[in-house]
Design a protein around this ligand. Sequence first.
Ligand code: PEP
Ligand code: MG
Length: 585
Amino acid sequence: MNRSEQIFKGIAASKGISIGKPFVYRAEVPSYKVDISPAVIISAESEISDYENAVSQSVKELKKIFELAKEKLEEKNLQIFEAQLSFLYDEFFHSKVKDRIRSENKQAFTVFKEEIQILENAVVSSNDEYIRERVNDIEDMKNRVLRNLLKGRLVSKITENSIVIARNLTPADTILFSNRNLLGIATDLGGINSHVALISRSLRIPAVVAMQDISVNITSDDFLIIDGYKGIVIKNPENDTIESYKKLIEKNLEFERKLEELEKLPSETKDGKSVKLSTNLEFNNEVDYVVTHFGCDVGLYRTEHLFMELGDFPSEEDQYKQYKFLAEHIYPKTVTIRTFDIGGDKILPESQKELNPFLGWRGIRICLDKKETFLVQLRAILRASAGGNIKIMLPMISGIEEIKKTFEYLEEAKQQLRQQNVRFDENIQVGVMIEIPSAVLLADEIAKMVDFFSIGTNDLVQYTLAVDRDSSLVCEMYEKFHPAVLRMIEMTVKAANKNNIPVSVCGEMASDQYASLLLIGLGITELSVVSTAYLHIKRLIRLIKFENAQKVASKVLTMSTINEVKDYIEDCFNKNIGEKLNVSI
Ligand code: PEP
Ligand code: MG
């Protein structure tokens, strides 16, 4: 076995360094139990009970999806769900599986897979083309049952304190795994602003994405260093390498400790311009830290995590409890709750998945189509707003009609609560994410309808440049310093200023020190940053003069290439700030 040190390069997606053992995760074939030798005695009854639970959970999920898809899909496509459901209700099939688990003392996982394979073979060899095409749906249903069968067990299988290596991770995987104190995440696929990267950053887990083939080059016998600053993974490092990384970890910790001195100092530039600094929030375990260390507003609370953790839309009561918990803990500061920004890929079956989900059924589009689901969320937010410190933010706004329709629904939700004498903030502020170029072009009109703008640069970059934020193939082209992106931001700020509404940036660009200098110079009044970047950005704000930031921004707006912009900003940092900020552009 080759144990010599080997370096794998990817894209740095979440800062931090860890040293430890890998956990190699293969999502496509959820087969961790398959390697258990047949000699292992299993409890047939507990296997059967797991199997029954997995089937009933799958029925529940499918019914929900069926209901959601009803209005979107043609009648003929809906039959897919009916077929999948009727299969899940097929007691004959289930008793065959259960009988075999008992008589052969095999795991549910294995027996179910074998029995489904028999079914798939029959379908594939059918003379009827329509029936042959159903094989994808059987696959879809099979994976759903297997996933549910393995869900809880898989997570507990991940060794605590390991570095997860995977081909790709869904945001739901990442959230699930995060309960196991991960040391890091390295994936073959993924882009710097994919949702997995964002989640890793907010969980403070070092992550490297777009590593191409790391998942086939690491085995559980290896030992790793993951460097989320440089975007590398070192396999079986030499002792010297380990020692120098240990020193680096210590140095970084010291730097972080020093940053804590800034916690109580104001967020203002050297020439006295105050820049509002708030934080993005994803998980409840960050709340206490944010309150005690930063005491700031929450500029973006992404509610889709509630959906992802549950695999379903949470009930009004559950949402209400969650929003109330946040509002009460953050009080008197405010929480901006963004309504569900779920992609259609999360709720459509395999055979109905869109070719371009980022251009498809996503965010406000789903909410407006699924009026009841949206009303549930709006009522939950309104009920939690009684203390007056909640704002509503709408994602993926592309035009005026969506805002008008949302306001109609919001009024309906308010009316329902009034009729029940339920208290809520009658003057709750409603703002929109500016993250689609059409919204930038209409920003003047939109600004007249809403209370605030928040620029979602993660999507604005993707939609302006037509570069998929999740794709590792085009990640070099995903560029926040592209002159077109900067002009989009400038246009948005102008429209906001003209209409006297505040404009923040809650995309990742605000958490980047070079970019935030530019954003401040462009006239952004609030930066909502990931909590790990909060003190770094405060430090930057306190190191610069607003007057200079404005000069830098005006100069940059005259430039027409990415390189000119980047070289110039780097130069300004080196000359004017005088101190290296521990980052590279
Ligand atoms: C954005 O697009 O910049 C944003 C903040 O939203 P998300 O990353 O959740 O799409
Ligand atoms: Mg977005």
